[in-house]
Design a protein around this ligand. Structure first.
Ligand code: TRP
Length: 345
């Protein structure tokens, strides 16, 4: 029977926010719930170091935080098809990464649009760029290809549910997989398939294109109701609407974007939208209703998180990591063999 696998991951740089939920976690849960797909959810702690090597101590609790957020939203490692994997604890993955470096060209990595955008940010902040950072796209390809079904059978699948910004990395995984197979005349890797969510990205509370910790415009899954209220009250709306009786814009208005994403009361959302466009509702009412909607969305997540505080997270991650190691062993062996790395006869 054909093997269906999925791998995706997140850098463990801290608690997760609503943008992670919309851009990633929501799709991951769907993939998990499909049932016949073996899912590897990667805690990318090595990749987190590509930006935090100067102060790894700020990441000390981040693995625990990410695992708690994952459990809280419904990722379920009790299911036999679900594994939480700690990147740094899969030595086979690091070995595979090193082999892939040999067939990855410097200039193609430098052209990667996601890497380029991140480099620009680093330069603006006058941070030096490390080699670990420059090579992370190849390392990420190793993350994905480590769970290639091996030996590949017709119909096997390797799915990667991600946000829009990760697509260049997945394309690169396809490039390196094909290049390896062609160069060494062996079918070691299969091409991965991206699954990109319909709503790829959530704006920040300041209306900037992306919700992110570094921009300080995020609402976290674990924020308490009081913090939710404060953050919603300082959210950007339609800047041209200086009074409540002026017709307002709702399409690109962050408060309405959030209403559409998180308010399950569709009648309320269309009523507010209509009145806002006619200049018949004030920002405060729209925001109060958003606070309520966000809290109904987050209540069960926060409750779950509290419950899971008492579970043995270590055991979950140790087991999931072991599953990834087992998946990677035959892939690494085949790649090593193909490159003639072996004892003399
Ligand atoms: N780059 C992803 C992020 O920024 C994390 C990640 C690491 C990842 N390895 C991966 C995503 C493999 C998908 C597949 O959060």
């Amino acid at each position: 029977m054909a093997t269906r696998r999925a791998l995706t991951g997140i850098r463990t740089t801290g608690r997760l926010h609503l943008g992670h939920y919309i851009g990633a976690l929501k799709q991951w849960i769907q993939v998990q719930d499909t049932g016949n797909i073996e899912c590897f959810f990667l805690l990318a702690d090595v990749q987190a170091l590509t930006t935090h090597a100067d102060r790894p101590e700020v990441l000390a609790n981040s693995i625990r935080d990410v695992v708690l957020d994952w459990l809280a939203v419904g990722l379920n490692p009790n299911r036999t098809n679900v594994h939480f994997v700690l990147q740094s604890q899969v030595p086979e993955r690091a070995a595979l990464s090193q082999l892939l470096q040999m067939i990855a060209y410097k200039n193609e990595v430098e052209r990667n649009p996601t890497l380029k955008a991140e480099l620009e940010q680093q330069h603006r902040g006058r941070h030096s760029t490390t080699m670990g950072f420059m090579t992370y796209p190849i390392d990420q390809v190793a993350d994905i290809l480590m769970v290639c079904p091996y030996p590949p059978e017709p119909g096997d699948e390797l799915l990667v549910p991600v946000g829009e910004d990760q697509v260049p990395h997945l394309e690169y995984a396809r490039v390196l997989a094909r290049r390896f197979n062609e160069k060494y005349n062996r079918r070691v890797f299969i091409p991965c398939e991206p699954i990109v969510g319909r709503v790829g990205r959530l704006v920040g509370i300041d209306g900037q294109a992306k919700m992110s910790k570094s921009l300080d415009n995020a609402i976290y899954l674990s924020d308490n109701p009081e913090i939710i209220r404060r953050k919603v009250m300082r959210m950007f709306t339609d800047p041209k609407r200086v009074r409540a009786d002026i017709p307002g814009e709702t399409e690109n208005n962050p408060v309405f974007i959030y209403h559409r994403a998180f308010n399950s009361d569709e009648a309320e959302v269309s009523d507010l939208t209509e009145r806002y466009q006619k200049g018949k509702v004030g920002d405060t009412e729209v925001k109060n209703k958003l606070v309520k909607a966000l809290n109904s969305f987050l209540d069960p997540i926060r409750e779950n998180r509290c419950q899971f505080e008492r579970t043995n997270l270590r055991e979950i991650v140790v087991d999931g990591t072991q599953a990834a190691r087992e998946a990677c062993k035959p892939v690494l062996a085949a790649a090593t063999e193909a490159m003639f790395l072996r004892f003399p006869t």
